[in-house]
Ligand binder design. Structure first.
Ligand code: PEP
Ligand code: MN
Length: 356
């Protein structure tokens, strides 16, 4: 923390702030400029009441400098974490992993049929929503437990691990029982009870970034997963809200590909991107998939449907199975080229190890 004193602060007020810092067992490093004095606080900031310091006479502001997340940072876990899901390794130097399937599970027949097609196109993990987060109460809300059973059965029959969303704490136990990865959706990124309940199952968590969260906030909430002794985290960039005002967006969300190398630099966890929700448009899924892999994503989540005109949710962004094969092949080649090249990822550059 840094405490910035007002230009009008008296010596007695400064001494009082220093006394407060030192009596909390911390050290105060005072730097006096021409107009302002700033006190650097050194030590475990938890021992000092931040809000109380802000209200002390003569104090202009108290600014937390320490990052709000530690347990998910590379300073705590320096080496890349590889998350293993039934024989599929995600993260580190492993080639991209593709998690594909319909937006929603609609029937056993549907999820098995699409699952088979995505598997043949190169997908490693089958996705499908059973508890759907929907803006409108009038939209299809998902098949619930029945949907979980269909997804589980299709995954079992095809030999594919599965991922599906737990929309509330009440779903966590059932999702943990039936699926291999528990997804926390963008709308629930701030739901600390849900995050912690999911983390406590010990299962891998696909943790989606909210469309309204800064990376720091996102990682502070991811911190709760590690705080609950679960390091099986897949971070997922799925698009942020485009600018409002007079700017009319062409896309549903704006896939924030800056976040991919930033997350890779800041954290050791695998980072995946979701160009389906990130764009909301089928035609933009192929180029944004390529861009995400080029930016360093360890995998992609892509919605696929063979009958998009009949889809109960997100039809406009559903890719056709034959289009998926093209994306997977191109992205794999792209990954190979990048991993064989001298171009380092931003984590290397930030640490001074890069050659670029
Ligand atoms: C989904 O993946 O099915 C989903 C609803 O995604 P998001 O939470 O990113 O909107
Ligand atoms: Mn969807």
């Amino acid at each position: 923390m840094s405490v910035v004193m007002k230009p009008t602060a008296t010596r007695a007020q400064l001494d009082e702030v220093i006394r407060k810092i030192e009596s909390s067992g911390l050290r105060a490093d005072v730097s006096s400029g021409e107009f302002q004095t700033v006190i650097g606080v050194i030590g475990d900031e938890k021992r000092l009441d931040f809000d109380q310091v802000k209200l002390m006479p003569g104090v202009h502001d108290a600014i937390r400098i320490q990052v709000p997340y530690r347990l998910v940072s590379r300073s705590y876990i320096p080496k890349d974490v590889v998350v293993k899901v039934r024989g599929v390794s995600i993260g580190g130097n492993n080639p991209p992993v593709y998690m594909c399937g319909p937006c929603s599970v609609e029937s056993y027949e549907q999820v098995h049929r699409i699952g088979k097609q995505v598997m043949e196109a190169g997908a490693h993990i089958l996705r499908g929503g059973a508890y759907k987060p929907r803006t409108s109460v009038h939209s299809f809300q998902g098949l619930g437990l029945q949907g979980l059973e269909y997804l589980h059965q299709a995954g079992k029959d095809l030999g594919l691990p599965t991922v599906t969303e737990a929309r509330s704490e009440a779903d966590v136990e059932k999702v943990a029982k039936y699926a291999d990865i528990i997804q926390i959706g963008a709308r629930n990124m701030f739901n600390q009870d849900l995050i912690e309940a999911a983390a406590r199952t010990g299962k891998p968590i696909l943790f989606k970034r909210s469309f309204a969260a800064q990376v720091d906030e996102y990682l502070s909430f991811a911190e709760r997963i590690v705080a609950n002794k679960n390091r099986n985290i897949l971070l997922c960039e799925r698009g942020i809200t485009p600018l409002g005002g007079s700017f009319k967006p062409q896309t549903r969300f704006s896939l924030d590909l800056n976040a991919v190398p930033v997350l890779r630099r800041e954290t050791p966890f695998p980072v995946v991107a979701d160009p389906s929700h990130g764009t909301g448009r089928r035609d933009l899924v192929p180029p944004m998939s390529r861009a995400a892999i080029a930016a360093g994503a360890h995998g992609l989540m892509i919605e696929v449907h063979d009958r998009p005109q009949e889809v109960l949710s997100d039809g406009a962004q559903a890719l056709l199975p034959h289009q998926l094969k093209g994306i997977v092949d191109t992205c794999n080649r792209l990954y190979k080229t990048i991993s064989e090249s001298e171009v380092p990822f931003s984590s290397d550059i930030a640490n001074g190890n890069g050659q670029g």
